[in-house]
Design a protein around this ligand. Structure first.
Ligand code: ADP
Length: 462
């Protein structure tokens, strides 16, 4: 199949979040499964500065390579993309984001025609590329080139919807008739993501549970009704984990490498983490780890509420993260109060993250909502049992067999589940069974890519 991936950010060229990881890793996995993939993204200043090694193919389009054969095309427009940020500054979004990304999307559609790449599927990501299905079903609707082309919209972050004012709508070059409640209008404003949901042929989020959750008021960010209407075309496919980076048998950041057949190294990593963090070096006390943005989404509200009680239990706790100042302060107070139990690192530190995944017994991830989540998948591979709230991707990857899961989002449920995990930890045989079950789980990109191919095929034959 011919697949054109259009994304606003792609690893290794530009990244602000998980979308870029997916847009970089999925094409590589698709290539291995013999699919013909090309990637289109804007030519940002950042991409220009990195070692893209791009060369001009047409006026305003540069090209580079990913993997063995994947062509990456960069749409160039210095007025729109030669800036420090991708979408804005610390002051907020760029005021011309509608123009920037509608230009990008329209350029993609024109460019595919110029190089005569007739995609079976255009795979788009988040609101920034949602103008593609909008244009395909409006401006390009009679274009024979795109007659058999289908679009798949993957939603990574529902919180960003590409809202614009009514006054800006004419900049899209569309008839006013599309500015209505069923299509692009949203409480008096324009909503790009809503347009993407309405006009794309198929939609997916990054886990099956999250795909059903977003049809409810609690998780839908105002778009629950729009999702519900498209529920027949709404799917969930888990993101993969890059096991070439997250692999305890090759990890350069950890004290001793290990694998499922040789778990001795796991103990060494625990000792190493205890020494590194100045916690008492003891084998028989369960060590809890957490690596996270410190935000309410990640369960910091119930964790903060429960922390005093947690620190009085027979355990050790290491948290690495940055985020809301409110949580920095609460965690700092508690770590000062319980220095022999709780160690806190308020920074972004990738080597330390690896040490925490490898050295902990239990990984805390009580997220209030979680479209997919990586931390729990990493922990499983590092023989660390995840303790999670039953939501989104956490509900799809963690169960009683490979971890601990609670289904009431309260501080007391969290504490009770921690107590439950401590008591299971005392039974060495049961503990070994649990962590081995976790290590056997396979959340590779190959698995995800196979599911995407299935969906592409279904869509192409629609
Ligand atoms: P998010 O919603 O933040 O994208 P995920 O679980 O999908 O959550 O991915 C977060 C990734 O970022 C994980 O790989 C985690 O290890 C890493 N991470 C988060 N905070 C830190 C930090 N302070 N230092 C190092 N790595 C971090």
């Amino acid at each position: 199949m011919k697949i054109a991936v259009c994304a606003p950010e792609v690893v290794p060229f530009a990244k602000t979040g998980g979308l870029a990881d997916v847009a970089g890793a999925l094409p590589l996995a698709l290539e291995k499964l013999k699919q013909e993939v090309i990637i289109l993204m804007p030519f940002y200043k950042k991409a220009a500065l990195s070692k893209v090694n791009a060369r001009a193919v047409l006026p305003g389009v540069l090209s580079s390579k990913l993997g063995e054969t994947i062509k990456v095309y960069f749409i160039q427009n210095d007025k729109y993309f030669n800036r420090d940020g991708l979408y804005g500054t610390s002051e907020g979004d760029y005021p011309d984001n509608l123009e920037r990304f509608s230009f990008f999307c329209q350029s993609c559609l024109e460019f595919l025609k110029q190089i005569n790449f007739r995609p079976d599927i255009i795979h788009i990501h988040d609101w920034q590329t949602s103008y593609i299905p909008i244009y395909l079903k409006t401006k390009f609707s009679f274009d024979p080139f795109y007659k058999n082309c289908k679009t798949l919209l993957t939603i990574h972050n529902l919180a960003y919807q590409g809202l614009f004012t009514r006054e800006e709508f004419p900049k899209l070059g569309l008839d006013w008739s599309f500015f209505n409640m069923e299509q692009l209008e949203f409480y008096g404003k324009g909503n790009t993501l809503k347009g993407g949901i309405v006009f794309s042929d198929c939609i997916n989020t990054v886990s099956p549970t999250y795909a059903s959750e977003i049809q409810t008021k609690d998780f839908g960010c105002g778009l629950e009704g729009v999702f519900a209407k498209r529920r027949d075309c709404l799917f969930g496919i888990l993101n993969g984990l890059d096991y070439s980076i997250w692999n305890p048998s090759t990890d350069k950041f950890i004290a001793q490498r290990f694998d499922i057949n040789n778990l001795k190294g796991k103990h060494k990593n625990k000792q190493d983490l205890q020494k590194y963090t100045n916690l008492p070096v003891k084998e028989n006390i369960p060590l809890f780890g957490m690596v996270s943005r410190l935000a309410e989404q990640k369960g910091l509200d119930i964790l903060a509420e429960a922390l005093d009680e947690i620190c009085k239990l027979k355990l050790q706790l290491v948290i690495l993260g940055t985020g809301d100042m409110k949580y920095h302060r609460i965690l700092e107070d508690r770590s000062k109060q319980f220095p022999k139990v709780f160690r806190l690192y308020l920074k972004f530190d990738n080597p330390l993250a690896h040490k925490i995944y490898a050295g902990s017994d239990i990984f805390l991830m009580p997220s209030r909502y979680e479209p997919c989540g990586l931390g729990q998948m990493i922990s499983l591979r590092y023989a660390t049992a995840p303790l999670v709230y039953k939501t989104g991707g956490l509900a799809d990857t963690i169960n009683k067999t490979n971890g601990f899961i609670f289904d009431k989002y309260t501080a007391s449920s969290l504490v009770n589940t921690i107590k439950r995990s401590i008591s299971l930890y005392q039974d060495a045989r049961k503990w070994q069974t649990k962590i081995k079950k976790g290590m056997e789980c396979n959340f590779s990109w190959e698995e995800s890519a196979k599911q995407y191919i299935k969906l592409y095929k279904k869509l192409a034959h629609k």
